[in-house]
Write a protein that binds this ligand. Structure first.
Ligand SMILES: [Zn+2]
Length: 332
């Protein structure tokens, strides 16, 4: 079955299980797809729907009208529910039930996918439960969650659990490289397991600018002895968004984790592997204790930013503390 190939590579057990169940006519009415963010739960759910709805003999063809509309989330037989704000509301589940009852006479399979199913309100979960207790013919529920323990036990007991294994780091880096991201593959792999998100990030100008800024910040400590705040001020435009501020700090932590790895002789798994000379220079300037302290200071700064402290003030204190001065400064 085409279309499953990628899943066979990344989640072989799950792909084999679903395809075999389908071939033997043993699909059940409800599945829980459990796994970390970005591990491919939605893509497996869509494959499941394509397998049942594909118009070609060679399921999954990926090109027929059905396959394409499942992919673009416009197929009438595939109903996707996502949290409305922070939760999935009872009305959303009821709307699904109305829609599917209307189609009850139809022979074609009907699939509903609930993303972040653990975010169902109690009312929504109870409505769903009734639906699961009396499944309609040829109707399949796919409940996606990062943690099945967050679902009601009564829902769990009515579904088959498919646990996704986390992608290994090497495998992830390989996938990023295959997607054309080379220099930054190992850095992006440290930031996210979600391929789409990672690719978007690595292709953004802001990300590339931030990497250069990290290296420049480090040069201030190792070479130029300039105040890193000056460089930050020159690039203030970049930091308008909160997300960018956090990303910068995140990258700085990853950088120092790399320096620590080198200190412990673990040179083979570095995020900033493309920037080894810079890492080596930082290694010369730091001890293990200093690196650990810097990481702690960066994490403190992140916490302060989340509490809406003034950004420039936060970064000013960050650099002071990273220099080893200002030790007694109260960061709270
Ligand atoms: Zn097809």
């Amino acid at each position: 079955m085409r279309g499953w190939e990628q899943v066979f590579n990344s989640q072989p057990k799950i792909a084999r299980f679903i395809v075999n169940s389908y071939r033997k006519g043993r699909l059940v009415h409800a599945y829980i797809l459990e796994g970390a963010k970005g591990v491919g739960k939605l893509s497996v759910a869509k494959n499941f729907a394509k397998m049942l709805l594909c118009e070609s003999e060679d399921k999954i063809c990926g090109v027929c009208r059905s396959c394409r509309s499942v992919e673009s989330e416009t197929h009438v037989n595939v109903y996707i529910i996502r949290p409305d704000g922070n939760s999935i509301k009872k009305e959303q589940i009821q709307a699904l039930q109305v829609e599917f009852s209307r189609m009850a006479a139809e022979n074609a399979a009907k699939i509903y996918i609930i993303e972040d199913a653990d975010k169902m309100s109690i009312g929504a979960a109870n409505s769903l439960l009734k639906f699961l207790e009396e499944p309609m013919k040829n109707t399949y529920a796919l409940l996606l969650t990062e943690n099945r323990q967050m679902l009601l036990p009564t829902i769990r007991s009515r579904a088959v659990v498919l646990s996704f294994k986390a992608m290994g780091r090497e495998q992830l880096i390989e996938q990023y490289r295959a997607a054309g991201i080379h220099q930054y593959a190992s850095i992006v792999a440290s930031l996210t397991q979600n391929l789409d998100e990672g690719i978007r990030l690595a292709e953004s100008e802001i990300f590339i600018s931030l990497i250069h800024l990290i290296l420049k910040t480090e040069e201030c400590f190792t070479k130029t002895k300039l105040d890193p705040l000056v460089i930050l001020t020159q690039n203030q435009e970049l930091f308008k968004e909160k997300d960018t501020q956090f990303l910068y700090l995140n990258l700085l932590v990853i950088y120092y984790q790399d320096v620590l790895k080198i200190m412990f002789g673990k040179n083979e798994d570095l995020s900033f592997e493309a920037y080894l000379p810079s890492l080596m220079a930082s290694k010369e300037e730091n001890t293990v204790a200093m690196c650990l302290n810097k990481i702690q200071v960066i994490l403190d700064t992140e916490k302060r930013l989340r509490a809406n402290a003034n950004m420039m003030l936060c970064f000013d204190q960050l650099f002071l503390r990273m220099r080893g001065g200002f030790e007694s400064c109260n960061m709270r």
